[in-house]
Design a protein around this ligand. Structure first.
Ligand code: FES
Length: 152
């Protein structure tokens, strides 16, 4: 969708800043916000560019660098840590051949860590794009990655 058309779906209210940034980021196949995106958001909402930039740098779900089509965010907070998040992370690094912060050469996955996702009851957990997966094991992680690869 054309970015200007996308902007028109949002009221000109600062309250929608995060939702608008999410939409702009998702509209980019490389899952990041360009300088033009920040400028468009600031103009549309009547906010100083510095305020938009502050929001983007504060929230870890936004990126100013190109990333993979799918973003894997493994929770690294205490409960997930206790329940095996590091074995999940180690499995992801092994099967994807990348470290945290990197993108696979085919551009399909970027691996990140995040703080608590709010689903500690199903630790260890991760998000894949907008979807939360819990009770993870290395085996379950392999299945999830295989399924995403099949779906493209
Ligand atoms: S500690 Fe991982 S979801 Fe809360």
């Amino acid at each position: 969708m054309d970015k200007r058309a996308l902007l028109q779906k949002f009221p000109r209210s600062p309250d929608v800043l995060l939702a608008l940034l999410h939409a702009l980021q998702r509209a980019n196949p490389q899952n990041y916000l360009t300088q033009e995106d920040l400028q468009l958001a600031a103009e549309h909402l009547g906010l100083p560019l510095s305020r938009v930039r502050d929001a983007v740098t504060f929230y870890t779900m936004f990126s100013l660098r190109p990333r993979g089509r799918h973003i894997l965010r493994v929770c690294s907070s205490p409960t997930c840590h206790l329940f095996g998040a590091w074995s999940v992370l180690a499995e992801l690094k092994k099967i994807l051949g990348i470290e945290v912060g990197e993108t696979t050469p085919d551009g399909l996955f970027t691996l990140e860590i995040t703080s608590c996702l709010g689903v500690c009851g199903v630790a260890p957990a991760m998000m894949v794009d907008d979807e939360v997966y819990g009770n993870l094991t290395p085996e379950r992680v392999r299945e999830i990655i295989a399924q995403i690869r099949r779906e493209g």
